[in-house]
Write a protein of this length. Structure first.
Length: 556
């Protein structure tokens, strides 16, 4: 069945398999299944809509609605959103049911939910079970972490996203089990290295791509079980150490060496997509997955489609950054079972159209609940009342074509430019406002800044950086906006012999994002056997791309 997206007008297909998924994921309430209709938006627009509710890179100083104490929040103070510090949110001094309202069949559901959401307090920042990790979001079980998102089981890490089981690292994306690493993307089991991309079990190396089981590499690509190499050629240990030190301290040498490294990479065939230990899968950056179709940056997923950033999930369709089972059109989820159209829930079960709920079951259209059950719009019902009313609400929603769709972007508490949607689907302010979405012009004032220094004036070697740098703001070489170095960050750079960054954490995150192939697959032909393949490399790009079989025969 061919559909036309209601937002971008692009055609997209709804297959018989998709229809079976919608039926499978349809909730059962009071013994009757409430069938989910096919979506009205294409997969990318659905993803954009979900990500418009996710801010994981902007932190603000705010005031707790109850205790009136300062707190760190992902909601800027100009939004007039009542936020609660963690202690107050979990305390007994407020009850989310006091804000409940009765469902009105004469009004659109999303309009009623928006009114509820506007009044309800919510937790200021979403993280849990962590120590000294106030500036982390969508994260859990961390210690001494700063400016991290989707980071789990980590210690002493900074400026990371989608990062797991690691310590003493900074500026990392989509990696697991790293130690003493810096500026790495899609890496596993690496140690004491910097500027790695798609490397596994690599240690004491710098600026490498697609290397495995190797040590002491500088500017190498596609090597397996090698050590002491520079630009893929064997070198003495002394030469490797000398080259690394010069790379880190001499900007002119670093620029020239990087150009040679890029030219080296282009001489080798690239893997069309990264599917590792997968069965019946399509997409890119998949690890230990089965029956995952059109999924990206996913680990340990079984039975899913259009999943982006999932981790340890099953039966998950149209989801973004989730962990759980039986989820449809959900975002920012941890341990949800049987949920549809939910955002920011933690350890919940049987929810639909819920936001910011914790430990809650069998509820519909609720916000900020804590271990509640059988609630609708934050109003308590008996089980019988709940099971009688929810099907009626769904029927009214179907008449208005609301049921089957995630929350409208207009209900997002963030400006579009604050969200992950802006990262992956950038729009100008004029276009955002034309669509009726929000835009944020709020900028956090930099605290305690008396002196600034242009990045170009920084000494090239970390050995020349005094402790007093902590009292200065550095002007980003790209945006000229000031940013500060924190004490733990300075200690990390000194430990690794790394220069002080010349770009702000925000700009470094954008640099990593721009270097990564977008969540899109393109039709190409294998550069060796000529077979038709799908790849994340656009046809206009210069890389030679091989199918999986030809790649393995050539590189391994």
């Amino acid at each position: 069945m061919q559909q036309q997206c209601n937002q971008c007008s692009a055609p997209f297909e709804i297959t018989d398999e998709d229809c079976a998924i919608y039926e499978k994921m349809s909730p059962v309430i009071g013994g009757k299944q409430q069938l989910i209709p096919p979506p009205s938006l294409c997969p990318q627009c659905r993803q954009q809509r979900r990500l418009a509710f996710r801010n994981d890179r902007n932190y603000y100083h705010n005031i707790c609605h109850l205790c009136k104490k300062p707190t760190i929040s992902i909601y800027s103070p100009d939004k007039d959103i009542p936020v609660l510090c963690e202690k107050c949110f979990w305390g007994d001094h407020w009850d989310p049911l006091e804000y409940g309202q009765k469902y009105d069949s004469g009004r659109p559901f999303f309009e009623q939910f928006a009114a509820l959401k506007k009044r309800l307090p919510r937790i200021a920042i979403y993280h849990s079970q962590s120590e000294n990790a106030d500036f982390t979001v969508h994260s859990s079980r961390n210690r001494n972490c700063y400016m991290c998102s989707s980071t789990l089981d980590c210690e002493d890490v900074f400026f990371t996203d989608h990062f797991f089981q690691s310590r003493d690292c900074a500026d990392i994306f989509a990696s697991i089990r790293l130690e003493l690493c810096y500026e790495c993307n899609f890496c596993d089991e690496c140690f004491g290295s910097e500027f790695l991309d798609h490397c596994t079990n690599v240690s004491d190396s710098t600026l490498c791509y697609d290397c495995r089981g190797s040590q002491h590499l500088i500017g190498c690509a596609f090597l397996r079980n090698k050590q002491h190499c520079i630009l893929n050629k064997e070198a003495s240990p002394e030469k490797c150490e000398e080259t690394r030190k010069r790379f880190l301290t001499d900007p002119a040498f670093r620029a020239d060496f990087t150009r040679r490294f890029i030219a080296l990479k282009l001489r080798y065939p690239h893997r069309s997509v990264w599917l590792t230990n997968t069965e019946n899968c399509s997409g890119n950056e998949l690890l230990n997955c089965k029956n995952a179709k059109h999924c990206f940056n996913v680990r340990h997923l079984e039975d899913g489609k259009y999943a982006y950033g999932a981790y340890q999930a099953t039966d998950s369709y149209d989801v973004s950054r989730v962990c759980g089972e039986m989820m449809y059109e959900c975002a920012a989820i941890v341990d949800l079972s049987y949920g549809a159209f939910c955002n920011l829930t933690y350890q919940c079960q049987n929810l639909a159209y819920c936001d910011n709920c914790q430990g809650t079951r069998d509820s519909f259209g609720c916000m900020s609940l804590k271990k509640h059950r059988y609630c609708i719009l934050n109003t308590q019902y008996t089980q019988a009342e709940y099971e009688a009313l929810v099907p009626k609400i769904i029927e009214y929603m179907k008449q208005r074509r609301e049921y089957g769709e995630f929350f409208p972007v207009q209900l997002s508490p963030f400006g579009y430019n604050e969200t992950k949607a802006y990262d992956w689907y950038p729009l100008q302010k004029k276009e955002v406002l034309k669509r009726g979405w929000q835009w944020s012009d709020y900028e956090t004032p930099l605290q305690d800044v008396e002196r600034t220094i242009p990045a170009s004036k920084l000494p090239p070697s970390i050995d020349q950086i005094p402790d007093d740098i902590l009292n200065w703001a550095i002007l980003c070489e790209q945006t000229n906006k000031p940013f500060k170095i924190i004490k733990q960050e300075l200690e990390f750079y000194r430990k690794r012999g790394l220069p002080i960054p010349h770009r702000s954490p925000t700009q470094r995150r954008l640099d990593r994002l721009n270097a990564y192939n977008f969540y899109t697959l393109y039709d190409r032909r294998c550069g060796k056997c000529g077979e038709e393949i799908q790849t994340s490399y656009q046809p206009s790009r210069p890389e030679v791309v091989y199918c999986e079989q030809c790649y393995l025969e050539t590189v391994y």
